[in-house]
Design a protein. Structure first.
Length: 109
């Protein structure tokens, strides 16, 4: 089995970077929306719109936070996978000679 460790480690870094980049972009956009100020007004329709927007914003923050966290987790796990495979050295194990089981001593027989 061929594993390109450099490619896995590069992908790992990119996923971790994307976690931070996506979070920064979302925070930037939330800031731009906040800069608009109070656009709803004080009438019933405005208060209802404000509540709906606040609820949608909370959901977006939750979902995007989960997505950012998932990117980071994928990145960490790719690095771990590369390390695990490297430690197991599957190529070295596959190259071991076959053992003739008939030549293995039977202890206790």
């Amino acid at each position: 089995m061929h594993i390109d460790h450099a490619e896995l480690e590069d992908a790992s870094r990119r996923f971790v970077d994307e976690d931070g980049d996506l979070a920064s972009a979302i925070n930037y956009l939330f800031g731009k929306i906040d800069d608009l100020g109070d656009v709803y007004g004080d009438d019933d329709a405005g208060r209802e719109a404000r509540q709906g927007f606040a609820r949608a914003r909370r959901h977006l923050a939750e979902y995007s936070g989960a997505l950012c966290g998932a990117y980071g987790t994928v990145g960490v796990n790719l690095a771990l996978m590369s390390g695990d495979v490297r430690a197991a050295d599957w190529n070295g194990i596959a190259a071991l000679p076959a053992v003739d089981l008939a030549s293995v001593p039977r202890f206790g027989s």
